[in-house]
Ligand binder design. Sequence first.
Ligand code: FAD
Length: 458
Amino acid sequence: MPAVRIIGGGLAGVEAAWQAAALGVEVSLYEMRPGRATAVHKTSNLAELVCSNSFRGDKLDNAVGLLKEEMRRLGSLVMRAADSARVPAGAALAVDRVRFAEAVTEAIEAHPRITVIRAEVPSVPAASPDGATAVVATGPLTSDALSEDIAAFVGARHLYFYDAISPIVLAESIDRSKVFRASRWDRSVWTSDSGDPRGDYLNCPLTAEEYQRFFEALVGAESATVHDFDSERFFEGCLPIEVMAHRGRDTLRFGPMKPVGLVDPRTGRRPYAAVQLRQDTLAGDHFSLVGFQTQLKWAEQARVLRLIPGLEQAEFVRFGMVHRNTYINGPTVLQSTWQTRTRADLFFAGQVSGVEGYVESAASGLLAGLNAARVAAGLAPVAAPRTTAIGALAHYVSHAESSGYQPTNITFGIMAPLETPPRDRARRKMLIAERALGDLDRWAREIGLRGALEAAHG
Ligand SMILES: Cc1cc2nc3c(=O)[nH]c(=O)nc-3n(C[C@H](O)[C@H](O)[C@H](O)COP(=O)(O)OP(=O)(O)OC[C@H]3O[C@@H](n4cnc5c(N)ncnc54)[C@H](O)[C@@H]3O)c2cc1C
C-alpha cells in the first residue's frame, strides 16, 4: 500500500494528510505537540491558529478569496472547518479558533487512513526503500534539531525574519459608550434582526489630541527585545505598530489606524484615527486589535493601549509578541509541484517552504499532499495551472528571484496576466477569477481528482 509521511500537524500538514488520504494512500502524520511545545502554540490541537483568527478576504475580487474558493473546490479540509467555525468579520472569513482547530483535529483523527503520531521528527526523512514519500510541513517554528538538519539538506543557512502578533482583549472590558460598531464602507456580511447591516467591527475613534498622546506614548515605550529597526527584517505586511510609529507620526494613521470608510454616529463625521477590534470567538467574548502586532513589553502594552478610547479598562486575554519565522529559499530548493529539486520523494509545504499566511500554507499543503500521494502510488506529479491562484503560488515559490527571497501572500500580481486586460480594475479581477475557476475545474477533471469536486459541491 503506498504511504506518505507528513511532518508537522499545522495548517499545511493537516491539509496534506487529508488530500493524500483522500487519494487512497496510508498517511502517518507526525506532530511534536504536546510532548514538545513551540514558543506560541497553546494547545495540543492540530491546525492551531497562533495569532489572528482571520483567514482574510472571502470574495472573488480579492486574490486570497479566490484561493479559498479554489481550495473549497479541491475538497480542502481547512476550508471546510473554517466555514463551519465562521464568526462575523465583514467581507473577511474569520473563525472561532477553538472550534476550527477542534473540527480539523476530529476529522483527521477519525480518518481511517491517517495515523497521528505525537513525536518530534529531528531530521529530514531519508528516502524510503518501499517508495513512501515525505512532506516536511513544520512551520515557522520548526524545532531546532530539524531546523539544523533542513539547513544541512538545503546546503545553505536558513533565512528568517521576525513577525509579531496582535493583542486580544476581553469584550466585557471594552467601554461601549466610547466605541461604535461598523464595517469600513458599511461592508458587512452580517445583518441585524431588522435586516440592516450591523457592522462587524468595534471601532475606537481618536481625536487629533488623543492620537498625538497615543503616538508619543508608543514611540517612548520599551520593547521586549531591543531591535535595530533599520536592520531588522520584518515582513512588511505584519510590521509591529511601534516599528510603524518610528517611521513617522502619521504612518499609523495611514495604516492600521486609518479612519477611511468609517463615520462615528455620535459626531456624524469621520474620526481623526481609529482602532478596529475584531470579534475573536463565536461567543463574542474576545476581541483582537486589528493590525496591532507589537513586541512591546507586556506592562508597556497595557499602559500604551489603554490610552485608546474605549480600552481604558481593557483586560488583556493575550498580549502581542514577537517570534522567529524559519523558511527555506523556495526558488533554490523547490519545484512547482512542491517537490525538492534534488529528491522527487521529498516535499516541503507551509510557512517553512516560503509562503506566508494560514490560507497560503494550507494551499501549499493541499498540492504537496496530492503530489506526495501520486508519487507514492507511482503516478507523475502535477502542477496546477499558473492561471489559478493555487498554481500561481506554487510557481512563485519555485521560480521567484532567489536572492533576498521573501515569503509571499497570494496576490493577483503573481498570477498570469490576462491576454487583453480591461482597463477597469474591478472587472479585471473578476475576469482573472472566472478564468482561474474555469481552468481549475478543467485541470481537476484532467488529473482525475476523483470525487473532490463533487464533495466540495456537496
Ligand atoms: C507568532 C506567529 C503569529 C502568526 N500570525 C499569523 C497571522 O496572524 N495570520 C496568518 O495568516 N499567519 C500567521 N502566522 C504564520 C502562521 O504560522 C502560518 O500562516 C501558519 O500557521 C503556517 O502553517 P504551517 O502548517 O506551515 O505551520 P504551523 O501551523 O506552525 O504548523 C507546524 C506544526 O509542526 C509542528 N512541528 C514543528 N517542528 C516539528 C518536528 N520537528 N516534528 C514534528 N512536528 C513539528 C509544530 O508543533 C506545528 O504544529 C504567524 C506565525 C507565528 C509564529
